[in-house]
Design a protein around this ligand. Sequence first.
Ligand code: PGA
Length: 253
Amino acid sequence: MPQTIIAANWKMHGSQGMTAELLEGVKNAAVDAGGREAKTIFCPPYPYIAQVYATVRDWPFIGLGAQDCHIEDRGAFTGDVSAGMLKDLGCGYVILGHSERRKHYHETDGIIKGKVEAALRNGLLPILCVGETLAEREEGKAQSVVENQLLGGLPDAGLPNPLIVAYEPVWAIGTGKTPSLEDIDEMHHFIAKVLETKKSIERNRLAVLYGGSVKAAKAAELFSLESVNGVLVGGASLEAAEFSAIIKAAAER
Ligand code: PGA
């Protein structure tokens, strides 16, 4: 089984104090899991990236990522941050196409594809988020929505190894609701099939993460699915004990 990924999406939460406290609280679990094929990736807001880097740089097997990047490498784009700047700060990853960005910033698959290309150009591994809304699932369109997001958001060539995709049903994010294990398993297999047939990505080059109300209590059963190569965790990644328990479940799978 490939390495399990536990990615923390802090969203727009935190402070310098909280960053220090949280990292201290999860250090043991994250370092221990790192030695057991389970990699923790912290994705803090931009202002705390340097602080997280300074803290975790000596911890083995820990990843650092951001939550977005700009499509261009530089220029007159007030308020934006480029993939090269993230690399310069020590990031190895960047979350792209999160449903909150699709919704609040009207990011289309075309824009997301440009950002994926910018990330790859600058040596970052994208974590591409895909997922359907509740209405789309109820209309039986979940798979076609996810397929369109995958094919629209990924460039035709030059895909990285590993290619990291996070399946995050929009209706499960921050709501406490989660799909059944069967539904998660089915979608993860579907994602792998689409990428194998349409993008020639072999399964062992692909990490499919599940995201959406991942909590410690649910973690062990998520990791019982072989199709789940990791998790993308929002709310629960802000609580040291809860996030440590998720990391431990990944290490013990
Ligand atoms: P959640 O967020 O764990 O709070 O549902 C997940 C995400 O949006 O990445």
